[in-house]
Design a protein around this ligand. Structure first.
Ligand code: ZN
Length: 107
């Protein structure tokens, strides 16, 4: 019971049922540890704006004429559908679309 996983969706505005319900990290200890850790920078992250769980899949060094950008690391991420540790379905394409769409629709 000593988990420090932050709430996924802080704003309870309106009666939209975003589906799911279980917070990320409630499926297994591995995911809970990763999302709650202070010891390292996890490659999984819940995007604050949308509440969608993303996973870093790779990085690349930026080649740019702009010296401020040149040599910086660019990270690529993908939304996670299933927990890679226990196999629980965490998100659906429809649910993610809904979350992303809800942000775009905001004024
Ligand atoms: Zn899991």
């Amino acid at each position: 019971m000593a988990s420090s996983v932050p709430p996924v969706n802080g704003n309870g505005n309106g009666g939209s049922h975003a589906g799911g319900g279980e917070p990320f990290g409630s499926c297994c200890e591995a995911m809970a540890d990763i999302l709650g850790t202070q010891d390292f920078s996890p490659l999984f992250a819940v995007e604050e704006e949308t509440g969608v769980l993303f996973m870093a899949v790779g990085n690349a060094e930026i080649e740019s004429d702009n010296p401020e950008e040149d040599g910086e690391m660019a990270w690529f991420d993908q939304a996670v559908m299933f927990c890679p540790f226990c196999g629980t379905q965490l998100q659906t394409p429809e649910g993610i679309e809904e979350k992303l769409g809800a942000i775009e629709e905001e004024d």
